[in-house]
Design a binder for this molecule. Structure first.
Ligand code: ADP
Ligand code: MG
Ligand code: ZN
Length: 613
């Protein structure tokens, strides 16, 4: 058997995705590998295909117990013998797994990092022929990453105790230089084959909205999703509670996940979501690492996350099966304060000394700054993300809220001059710098108490922008800041002019800026519009078949107690609806249908399809 046969017969896919082949080849040639691919890029197959081909055992280190179960389930479903070792097993179950391991019954075994250096574990594993050690979510090893897990540091110790070092393969979606370096150094990868694939996820729509009322906006967005699966991320436990209550009251099958719940409730809620008993998961960032539920069709951020890394990872949980999905962030100024507050919180069990801690804090603030700039961006959101990860990208993806808003380049030289001179005059009059709120009030001719107390109505710029929305003035100020004409003091928020401002004020430099067109505001496409746009994918008739197949899938999944997506992914059902196979050999040609699954489910699906042809 070769890798193509494994891909087709077991997993039912026709071709490898970018990067997969190089990593698999590396492993099969006995080299260490390091794969850096976005969430949903298909990292699992990079160690699962070799696991099916290699003679000895493949051990996978994975950070989350609850998710190993699903991975193992999915592997068994395609005919690859697999097991997991973690604290969810009772002593009897554990002994059974060890016994079978010794018999060579498994091709792949998932382990929790905490287990790695227990004596029994090491003893048993040093007697086995280990061909491959795969470290999933390898960024957990780095203190600089998002999700540092001290237990990941045990991996190296485990390796050193083995009589023979297996091939080591590391995988992560985190692209920052520091984390990459840590992974390679701490795991002591030996001249690894490095593969960094493109970070783009073209099937994801990116949108930022600044609603007046987030609850209403959320309900509006969810209405378009009907009974599709999705995640709503909130910044705090409190927000999770209130949003989850709101959705439940509105009749949504919502559940929640955050660190304040008991471990049991977390596990139950997660299961409910994975098995489609609940369609909306409302959660803090504690939820989701390693989740490979493939039919998540939207990820909405009720609050802004702390970094683009975190955002892209969380949003990336949508559309993993390659079907169109939406990632929408509901932004408000309050989010910036909350995020800052969270960054300043002292950590429990802080492993860092004060100097390191200060460096981390500074880095966190920089990351936050980039995130805020994303939220306020009027240019292509996707290319902002890609450039952040160091991937060159030309602007204009056509599938984000900035691209679809058709912002018009507008000459704002006049407004810029007024604004800058207002900043200067207020400062000259008061002798100190003030924030954008007061500047807006002056420009709009506000009659507020503060204005009269400070006698700012005497200024010549007072009321010069009457009638312009405060938000537009803020947008202009922000644009000037990004262009290096203005600077906001990070501590007290005071605005001051930069040197270059003189070019606009006195030398006639022109300023243009992208502004929303008169009527159309940058609302994202509705589901309906999006689906129409993607009409090429499924016709109305096919859509109907697809819905019927989905219903059948849920029925089958319930019957055997597995999550629906482990039966077939949405992408597979869509392909099925398109190809409308009539017999088994046609059925096998559907993407995502392997040999075993065609045997198990083929009959039921073929029968359902008969009703439509
Ligand atoms: P991640 O890189 O985030 O770990 P996964 O390994 O969970 O991604 O894969 C995401 C989805 O992509 C899964 O549903 C998987 O079955 C699918 N997938 C992986 N490789 C391929 C492929 N070569 N062709 C089609 N689908 C694939
Ligand atoms: Mg993964
Ligand atoms: Zn775009």
């Amino acid at each position: 058997m070769d890798k193509y046969t494994v891909l087709q017969q077991y997993f039912g896919y026709d071709s490898f995705r970018p990067g997969q082949e190089a990593l698999i080849d590396g492993i099969l040639q006995g080299r260490d590998v390091f794969g850096i691919m976005p969430t949903g890029g298909g990292k699992s197959i990079c160690y699962q295909v070799p696991a099916a081909l290699l003679e000895g055992l493949t051990v996978v280190v994975s950070p989350l117990i609850s998710l190993m179960q699903d991975q193992v389930l999915a592997l068994k479903a395609v005919g690859i013998p697999a097991a997991y070792i973690n604290s969810s097993l009772n002593p009897k179950q554990l002994s059974l797994v060890y016994e079978r391991l010794a018999m060579g019954a498994y091709q792949i075994v998932y382990v929790a990092p905490e287990r790695l250096d227990t004596e029994r574990f090491v003893r048993i594993f040093s007697r086995l022929k280990l061909s491959l050690l795969a470290v999933d979510e390898a960024h957990c090893i780095s203190q600089w990453g998002q999700d540092f897990r001290p237990s990941y540091l045990r991996i190296l110790h485990f390796l050193e105790q083995l009589p023979r070092r297996p091939v080591v393969a590391a995988f992560t979606a985190t692209a920052t230089h520091q984390v990459r370096q840590d992974v390679e150094q701490i795991l002591q990868l030996q001249a690894p084959v490095r593969v960094v694939t493109g970070y783009d996820r073209p099937n994801l729509y990116f949108g930022v909205l600044r609603p007046k009322n987030k609850d209403q906006e959320l309900l509006r967005l969810l209405k378009e999703e009907k009974n599709r699966s999705g995640i709503v991320y909130c910044a705090t436990r409190k927000a999770v509670e209130s949003v989850c209550t709101l959705l439940t009251e509105e009749g949504y099958a919502a559940t929640r996940y955050h660190a304040g719940l008991t471990e049991q409730e977390r596990a139950e809620n997660q299961e409910d979501f994975l098995h489609d008993r609940k369609t909306v998961m409302v959660a803090t960032n504690a939820f989701g690492m390693g989740i490979d539920k493939s039919n998540v069709s939207y990820v909405i951020h009720y609050n802004m996350p702390k970094s683009i890394e975190a955002y892209y990872q969380e949003a990336g949980r949508a559309g993993r099966d390659g079907t169109d999905a939406r990632c929408i962030l509901l932004f408000s100024q309050d989010d910036v304060r909350t995020a800052k507050f969270l960054i300043e919180q002292p950590l429990e069990n802080d492993a860092l000394d004060p100097r390191q801690r200060e460096a981390v804090r500074k880095q966190d603030l920089q990351r936050l700054d980039a995130m805020v700039r994303y939220c306020r961006s009027l240019t292509c959101l996707r290319s902002r993300i890609l450039r952040y990860f160091g991937q060159e990208d030309s602007e204009g993806c056509g599938n984000c809220s900035s691209c679809q808003a058709d912002y018009v380049p507008t000459n704002i030289t006049k407004q810029a001059q007024i604004l800058l001179s207002c900043v200067k005059r207020v400062r000259d009059k008061l002798g100190y710098f003030v924030g954008i709120t007061l500047i807006c009030d002056v420009l709009r001719g506000s009659r507020s108490k503060r204005i009269s107390e400070l006698s700012l109505e005497e200024l010549s710029t007072y009321g010069l922008m009457r009638g312009l929305p405060a938000q537009t003035i803020r947008d202009i100020a922000r644009h000037l800041e990004e262009q290096g004409y203005l600077h906001t003091d990070p501590v007290h928020g005071g605005l001051r002019l930069c040197e270059a401002a003189a070019d606009i004020l006195y030398k006639g430099r022109e300023v243009t800026m992208l502004l929303p067109p008169e009527e159309k505001k940058g609302a994202p496409l509705t589901r309906k519009e999006q689906r129409r746009a993607a009409a090429a994918t499924l016709s109305a008739g096919e859509q109907e078949i697809f819905e019927a197949l989905r219903a059948l899938r849920l029925q089958l999944a319930r019957k055997s107690g597995v999550p629906a997506y482990t039966v077939f992914s949405d992408a597979t059902l869509q392909d099925m609806a398109r190809k409308k196979p009539r017999n088994m050999s046609q059925f096998r040609r559907v993407s995502g249908v392997g040999q075993l699954k065609s045997l198990w489910y083929g009959k039921a699906f073929l029968e359902k399809l008969k009703e439509y042809v």
